[in-house]
Design a binder for this molecule. Structure first.
Ligand SMILES: [Zn+2]
Ligand SMILES: [Zn+2]
Length: 269
């Protein structure tokens, strides 16, 4: 079975599992909870429940650290494998340094999303918050009080049970920035999401351009390779996709070809 078929099968199974989990999530959670309750010792259940509570139901920096680790991993991969090879292929330095600029801007918005007060409602600013939005008397009604804070609820405000506070124009609690997203930090959170999306799309495009350049310059489409039985095969699209899926291979390919040639050295593959 060749690589493309395996890859398509893997994608299909993954999608089916995701659809299955989405459709049956309630039953799955109930079944897992029941198994967990019957099989796992009570002391371990207690520890697990505390861990889940501390990580999902109260503020903590676990996901902030995970976010930073993932970004470092992505840029280490980019700097280590893609950047040098693209320089060898004479990509313009501006296009190669642009991701670092986006990363700097994104990190700035990320930082401000984390540390800026989202619009906490207190006794001192309550009257001011009550004036901002009018009540629709459908979702937000007058003279309703937060049972936890004992403060009148301004329109479009909501109590965040993770942070234990009422927030003006509450949107959601984001674990990735370990903060609520509300009236005062949406201005940082939306550009953070925008630059994150831009950065991911740009890195994907740059990597695709690099791989395409390697395939074109090496004349890979015209080459051939030998299998384990030393039988020679023409390079088909599935072989190229398999090679492109491992950037290290392409970097080696790039360093071996350097400049365009009319054909491919058959022994190279
Ligand atoms: Zn409240
Ligand atoms: Zn919150």
């Amino acid at each position: 079975m060749d690589f493309l078929v395996l890859f398509l099968l893997y994608t299909l199974v993954l999608l089916l599992v995701v659809v299955f989990i989405c459709l049956c999530s309630d039953h799955i959670v109930d079944a897992v909870a029941q198994i967990f309750h019957n099989v796992v010792p009570s002391w371990l259940q207690h520890i697990t429940q505390n861990a889940v509570h501390s990580h999902c139901q109260s503020r903590n920096i676990t996901f902030v650290i995970l976010h930073l680790v993932l970004e470092v991993a992505v840029f280490a991969e980019y700097s280590w494998e893609i950047l040098g090879a693209c320089l060898e292929l004479e990509f313009h330095w501006f296009y190669l340094l642009l991701p670092y600029g986006l990363l700097t801007v994104n990190t700035g918005f990320f930082f401000f999303s984390c540390v800026t007060d989202p619009g906490t409602i207190t006794k001192s600013n309550l009257q001011q918050c009550l004036q901002v939005y009018s009540y629709d008397e459908v979702v937000f009604r007058r003279n309703q009080f937060c049972p936890t804070c004992s403060l009148e609820k301004p329109a479009r405000s909501k109590h965040c049970r993770v942070c234990n506070r009422c927030v003006q124009r509450f949107d959601h609690h984001c674990v990735w920035v370990n903060n609520c997203i509300g009236a005062l930090n949406t201005r940082y959170f939306l550009p953070y999401l925008g630059t994150l999306m831009l950065m991911a799309a740009y890195l994907a495009l740059l990597t695709a351009a690099f791989l395409l350049q390697v395939v074109v310059l090496s004349g890979l489409m015209l080459g051939s390779y030998q299998d384990a039985d030393r039988q020679e095969w023409a390079t088909a699209i599935n072989f190229i996709v398999q090679l492109a899926a491992t950037p290290v291979s392409c970097c080696i390919c790039c360093s071996q070809t350097k400049r365009p040639t009319n054909g491919l050295n058959k022994d190279m593959w």
